[in-house]
Every structure is written in C-alpha cells, then in structure tokens.
Design a protein around this ligand. Structure first.
Ligand code: ADP
Ligand code: MG
Length: 282
C-alpha cells in the first residue's frame, strides 16, 4: 500500500493556552492508484491531516508509513517524501512568484537538483498535463485567469513527478467551467498515469463522480471510510456534522418515498437517470 496512518493525533500549540486538538487517533490505509475523497466541515482537520502525509507537519503522536517505511524513522529521507507525495495547497496560486509560467513550473524540479534538460522536460510535460500549451510559457502567472493560475500551480507540483497527488480544495472559488477542467485533468492523471489521488472537496457531486472511496472527518476524528455510495446512505448523520449527500440522492429518496421502485443508493445524475428510465420503460 502507498500510505498507512496509525493512531495519528495532532495538537496545535500543545502546552499553551491555545492548545487545540486538530486530529484524534486517526487511522487508515490508502492503496496505490486509489482516488480518495476527503470531506468534512470547516475545521474538521482535513488540511492538518494531509500536511502530515508529505511530512510537512509532524504528528504529536502516531505513525505514518509510506511504501512500508516509517516516515518518522531515524534517517528517513523526508525531503524525498515531499517530492513523492505532492501537495497542492488551498489557493496555490498565492505561491506563484516567478516572472513567467515556465520558470515557475521549473522551480520545484530545479530545487531537486536535476539537470537543466530534465527540469525543462518535466515542466513541459507537467504543463501539457494541465492543458497549458507553449503560448503560456512566457506569460506572467499574474496575468492569467483564476483557473489558469491554479493549473500552473498544479503543474508546479506535477513537475516534481509525485507518486501521490494531494489537492486541498483545488476548485474553490473557480467558475463551473474552470472547475470541470481541473477535475477532468486530475481524473486523467488518475486513469492514465495511475497516480494515487487524495482530493479534499466540499462538492459531494464531485466526490460521487470521481472518488473510489471517501474518508469523512468530524472534529478531528475519522467518522466514515467507505465507498461513496455507502457513505451517502448516512445522509442524515452527515447533515448533523455539517455535510450532505449529493442533491440527486435526495431526489432518489423522495421518489422512493412516493412509491417509485428505484434503488436508494444512487449518487450521480447519470445513475439516477438510468434507474428512472428503467422504471418508466418497465
Ligand atoms: P479543515 O482543513 O478541515 O478546515 P484544519 O486542519 O485547517 O481543518 O483545522 C483543524 C483544527 O485545527 C481547527 O480547529 C483549526 O482552527 C485548528 N488549526 C488549524 N491550523 C492551525 C494552526 N496553524 N494553529 C492552531 N490551530 C490550527
Ligand atoms: Mg482546510
């Protein structure tokens, strides 16, 4: 498996008046090539959790294994871990700073100490993966649209050639078109490059569509870890922790309550459409 987390606890400001439990005894494993959705109300610990997975934050207690190796073990190479587990922060465009797009994407691989040709090769490949062609290379990142800026930032992480890609709300604040483009590109990386993906999102529709599995956080604790359709069966409990199921799940439940014979674990519009057509035609 790619990542194993055991009894992970994180306390911010331990021993101060501001002591804050952000994670409490969290455990899970993520297999290579999975697409995992991470959901939870604001403050539930999602960002804190993912920053542990690439070694940026250190656990107060607990263990994390990457490809079977203890990342807190003596002599473990945490610098390499940061390139293997790529983390795209929330609003990553705030971290763009180079004069042009190409230079910005080169920054990470150059820092790894790779030769110039390989740095540039990786930057070109990463920009192509996020759908930005050569006409963008010499543009200032600050002149791009919101969606384009965000794609440059994602390319900067992809250029590190990560095995696992973690994205913290990559579509926040984008218009629907920009959102769909980014999610489709992430989905391609998963399908074609078999990259392991961990996606933090507030959109239950996106989770139902893309994730193989959902981890649900509430006040620092993991409360569900299952297939999206199994998690969304608990929509009443999800509402109590500030979440919900995809809209279509509610429609399906209403139909069922009105006597329509249709499965109640449908979570995407396409599934519901097919099931409704089946009822109509039967
Ligand atoms: P989420 O990403 O799900 O919104 P966070 O991981 O950002 O949640 O936050 C979890 C908890 O930890 C919250 O109560 C938050 O206020 C607290 N927290 C987050 N970052 C810090 C920090 N740097 N210092 C102190 N407390 C923090
Ligand atoms: Mg967050």
């Amino acid at each position: 498996m790619a990542i194993k987390v055991e009894h992970l606890t994180h306390i911010y400001g331990q021993g101060t008046a501001f002591e804050q439990y952000a994670l409490k005894d969290v455990g899970f494993t993520i297999e290579d090539g999975q697409f995992v959705g991470l959901i939870g109300h604001t403050g539930s610990g999602k960002s804190t959790l993912i920053q542990h997975l690439n070694g940026l934050l250190r656990a107060t207690s607990g263990h994390i294994y990457y490809n079977g190796e203890d990342i807190y073990g003596e002599g473990y190479d945490r610098k390499t871990l940061r390139s293997k587990v790529g983390l795209v922060f929330q609003y990553p465009e705030h971290q763009l700073f180079e004069v042009d797009v190409f230079a910005d994407v080169c920054f990470g691989p150059r820092n790894l100490g790779l030769p110039k040709e390989e740095v540039e090769e990786r930057a070109r490949a990463a920009l192509a993966q996020v759908g930005l062609d050569e006409s963008f290379y010499k543009q200032s990142p600050f002149e791009l649209s919101g969606g384009q800026k965000r794609r440059v930032a994602i390319a900067g992480v992809l250029a590190m050639a990560p095995e696992v890609l973690i994205l913290d709300e990559p579509t926040a604040g984008l218009d629907p078109k920009g959102r769909d483009e980014i999610l489709d590109e992430i989905s391609m990386l998963h399908k074609e490059k078999h990259m392991t993906i961990i996606l933090v999102s507030h959109s239950m529709e996106d989770m139902a569509r893309y994730a193989d599995r959902l981890l649900v956080m509430d006040r620092g604790e993991k409360v569900y870890d299952d297939l999206p359709k199994n998690v969304f069966r608990h929509y009443k409990e999800l509402e109590k922790i500030g979440l919900a199921a995809p809209q279509i799940t509610y429609v399906v439940h209403e139909l069922k309550e009105h006597g329509v014979d249709i499965p109640d674990d449908l979570t995407t519009v396409e599934e519901a459409r097919d099931a409704i057509l089946k009822v109509i035609r039967s």
